[in-house]
Design a protein around this ligand. Structure first.
Ligand SMILES: *Cc1c(COP(=O)(O)O)cnc(C)c1O
Length: 461
């Protein structure tokens, strides 16, 4: 049992280091210091000629790796759309790492497959989607978009008498694809991977908030897909789902929704009006690692026509024969993969319905607070704040860029930049369970202080 006790000490040692990291991460600068990044070279060099003691391996990782992380698990990271990890989900992930389950087939991991069954039901319920939808547990919304659109491709071409999986796309009836002018780039990437092309799409103009102008949808004939979004990555705006779905029904088109974070508005009573009509679509992509706050990586693909998803994703080999129940790998592009249902189960179980609603409500309120505080300080908010996203301009493009850079170096919080309708802006995305109102006030004060300093420098030069 010497091996066991050594391993047990090592796991305890790693857990102790992880706990120490978490207790410090709230108090350190959000972006790693340049010296910390430079320190990473200690992990380089040539491959050791022989084994190293595992305790030493983990020690090196902690000593030189931990300082070079971005403090996204603290409460003051507002870049991109990045959630933290709920305590129950993070702890479940540690247990799941010990399990080391392959979630491909039920026989490989009954618990992984079972937790997917359970959470698929819970997810469809809280997101307000049809209970009979098929679902796949993937790496993120990019792969979820890909997976959903593969199901759409299968379904539409099968209706036209063509087998996309067996016969490919050469000679197939063309599929018309319609996207919002403000589509997320991951939708275009998914279309590219699927042979549907980035450039052969028809683009519908968006309004000043980034919402598709549904009145300008083109007349559609033959197999068609309309890609809409629930939650624009810049403004958080929602395309008018009811209008789009009605139009699609009249034209026999498939509606796909990119709802990487926006779909979660359904779980919050004061925001659920935003997703009105979204459940009438045919497929939905979302992330669990954003607003549900599970550890990376975790995305979800849901498809109303479960059979189309299964047909697009399944493959056969005698040694991979399915049982009678849902087999995880028949619903995703992957075969072997980690048991993502574990952390999703833990996150949802620990939050409950009300806790999830509160997480969404609270982060949206913090976004409103950022917008109000920055407006009061004299800066312009470039859109209607409807969800957890805020775009602020501090004046000229150069000044706004300088403020973003200085704020990142200041370390109190972290925000990135974007360009919205030709205007350079700083993006604030409030997506983490860990953010408190003190974090918001502290970050707001830092933004205003840094902006004032940069204005002064600007005036001098
Ligand atoms: C984040 C995001 C994606 C891509 O998600 P990944 O998890 O990074 O693959 C797609 N669409 C929208 C609207 C997003 O916000």
């Amino acid at each position: 049992m010497a091996g066991y006790s050594q391993e047990s000490n090592l796991v305890n040692e790693a857990a102790r280091r992880a706990a120490a990291y978490l207790s410090e991460v709230r108090n350190r600068p959000v972006a790693p210091a340049p010296q910390a990044i430079a320190g990473l070279h200690k992990l380089a060099g040539s491959l050791p000629p022989g084994p190293t003691d595992a305790v030493e391996t983990v020690r090196l990782l902690d000593q030189f790796g931990s300082p070079a992380t971005v403090a996204t698990s603290g409460g003051r990271f507002f870049g991109f759309v990045i959630g933290g990890s709920l305590p129950a989900a993070r702890a479940a992930s540690i247990l799941a790492t010990a399990w080391d389950q392959n979630a491909a087939l039920r026989v490989m991991s009954p618990v992984a497959a079972f937790l997917e069954d359970v959470t698929l039901g819970w997810l469809l319920d809280v997101l307000g989607l049809p209970a009979s939808s098929g679902g796949g547990f993937v790496t993120g919304a990019t792969m979820a978009n890909f997976t959903c659109l593969a199901a759409a491709r299968h379904h539409l071409l099968a209706e036209a008498g063509w087998d996309a999986e067996e016969d490919g796309l050469f000679g197939a009836p063309p599929i018309t694809v319609v996207v919002n002018q403000e589509s997320h780039v991951s939708v275009l990437k998914a279309l590219a991977l699927l042979g549907l092309g980035r450039k052969r799409v028809l683009t519908v103009p968006a309004d000043e908030q980034g919402r598709m102008r549904a009145g300008e949808l083109p007349k559609l004939t033959g197999p068609s897909i309309i890609c809409m979004q629930a939650g624009n990555v810049n403004t958080g705006a929602f395309d008018p789902a009811s209008d789009i779905c009605r139009f699609a029904r009249d034209h026999g088109a498939w509606v796909h929704v990119d709802g990487a974070f926006g779909l979660w508005a359904a779980a919050a009573p004061s925001r659920s009006h935003l997703v009105e009509g979204v459940a009438e679509a045919d497929s939905w992509a979302t992330d669990a690692h954003k607003w549900l706050n599970v550890p990376y990586d975790s995305g979800l693909a849901f498809v109303r026509h479960a059979a189309a998803l299964r047909a697009a994703m399944s493959f056969q080999a005698a040694y991979l024969a399915p049982g009678n129940d849902r087999e995880p790998m028949y619903w995703t592009p992957d075969a072997s993969r980690r048991a993502r249902g574990v952390e999703i189960w833990a996150a949802m179980h620990s939050l409950g319905r009300s806790g999830l609603a509160d997480l969404i409500e609270r982060t949206c309120r913090y976004a409103e607070r950022f917008a109000a505080g920055l407006r009061e300080a004299g800066y312009s908010i470039l859109h209607e704040v409807v969800l957890n996203q805020v775009l602020v301009s501090f004046g000229s493009a150069d000044l706004t860029t300088a403020v973003i850079r200085a704020l990142q170096a200041d370390g109190t919080c972290w925000c990135g930049g974007t360009v919205w309708k030709g205007q350079t802006a700083m993006r604030i995305s409030v997506s983490s369970w860990a953010t408190t109102s003190e974090d918001v006030e502290k970050s707001l004060a830092a933004m205003i202080r840094v902006a004032r300093e940069e204005e002064k420098k600007c005036r001098k030069s």
